[in-house]
Ligand binder design. Structure first.
Ligand code: TYD
Length: 240
C-alpha cells in the first residue's frame, strides 16, 4: 500500500516548508520510502517552467546557463528572452497547457513509478491539480470544468489520499513572500487575483472535505507541523 499527499496554498503560505518538514519526519521513522517532489519540477520541462516562473525578467541567461544543449540545437532561441519563449504569452490557455504538460510528465516519470513501488511508498507533492483550478480557473477566470478534464488527461485520474491546504489571507501571504525577496511571475498581480485563488482553494476543500485538511497558516510552524502529523499518522501504510 502507498500514500499520496499533496500540499497546496497561495504564495507565502509556507507549504514548501511544511511539506519538507513532513517528508523529513516520515523519513526519520525509517519505515517508508518517501519521495518529496514539486510542481512544476522534477522533469526537464518542469524545471524549465519553474525557472521561468521564478525569474521572469532573466530571460536568456537562464536558458544559456541551464540548457546549453537546447541552445545549440535550436540557435534561434538566442534571439528571444526565455519568458517570450514560454510564458509571456497573451493566452492564459497556453499557460494552462504548460502546467498540464508538466503534470503529465511528472505523473509518468516520477509520481506513478514511486507509488507503484513496494509497501511503504509515500509521495509528498508540493502543488498538484488543485493549483491549476485555483490559479488558472479562479485566478485567470478559465472554465473549471475544462481544467478538470485537462487535469484528468494529465494524471490519468490519480488522486491524492490527502490534500493539506495552508490557508492564509493573501495580504498576509504576500507580505511574507516579499520579505523573502524573491519575486515571481504571479507576484505583480493585484491582490484581488490572489483573493480569487484563495476562494478557489476553499471551494475545492468544501466540495471534498474528506480528502482535505485546511490549516490556518498563521499558526506557528510547530503547531502546523503537529496538526498535519496528527492527520497523516492515521493514514500511514502498513509496512509489516
Ligand atoms: P514557485 O515559486 O516555483 O512555487 P511556489 O509558489 O509553490 O513556491 O512558483 C510556482 C507558481 O506557479 C506559483 O505561483 C503557482 C503557479 N502555478 C499555477 O499557476 N498553476 C499550476 O498548475 C501550478 C502547479 C503552479
Amino acid at each position: 500500500m502507498s500514500l499520496f499527499i499533496v500540499f497546496e496554498g497561495g504564495d507565502g503560505s509556507g507549504k514548501t516548508v511544511q511539506s519538507k518538514a513532513l517528508s523529513e519526519r516520515l523519513k526519520k521513522t525509517g519505515k517508508y520510502q518517501v519521495l518529496h517532489t514539486q510542481e512544476p519540477g522534477d522533469t526537464l520541462f518542469g524545471q524549465l517552467l519553474r525557472r521561468v516562473l521564478r525569474h521572469p525578467d532573466l530571460g536568456q541567461p537562464v536558458l544559456k546557463e541551464n540548457f546549453p544543449q537546447l541552445m545549440m540545437l535550436e540557435p534561434s532561441l538566442a534571439d528571444h528572452a526565455l519568458p517570450d519563449v514560454i510564458l509571456q504569452t497573451s493566452a492564459p490557455r497556453a499557460e494552462l497547457l504548460f502546467f498540464v504538460l508538466a503534470r503529465a510528465q511528472i505523473i509518468d516519470e516520477v509520481i506513478q513509478p514511486h507509488l507503484s513501488k513496494n509497501t511503504g511508498a509515500i509521495v509528498i507533492c508540493d502543488r498538484y491539480i488543485y493549483s491549476t483550478v485555483a490559479y488558472q480557473g479562479y485566478g485567470r477566470d478559465m472554465d473549471v470544468e475544462l481544467i478538470n478534464q485537462a487535469n484528468k488527461i494529465a494524471t490519468r485520474g490519480i488522486q491524492p489520499d490527502l490534500v493539506v491546504l495552508l490557508d492564509i489571507e493573501p495580504e498576509e501571504g504576500l507580505k511574507r513572500k516579499r520579505a523573502d525577496s524573491h519575486k515571481d511571475h504571479f507576484d505583480d498581480k493585484e491582490v484581488s487575483f490572489h483573493k480569487r485563488i484563495r476562494k478557489g482553494y476553499l471551494a475545492q476543500a468544501d466540495q471534498d472535505p474528506g480528502r482535505w485538511l485546511v490549516v490556518d497558516a498563521t499558526k506557528s510552524k510547530k503547531e502546523i507541523e503537529q496538526i498535519i502529523w496528527d492527520r497523516v499518522s492515521g493514514l500511514l501504510p502498513k509496512t509489516d
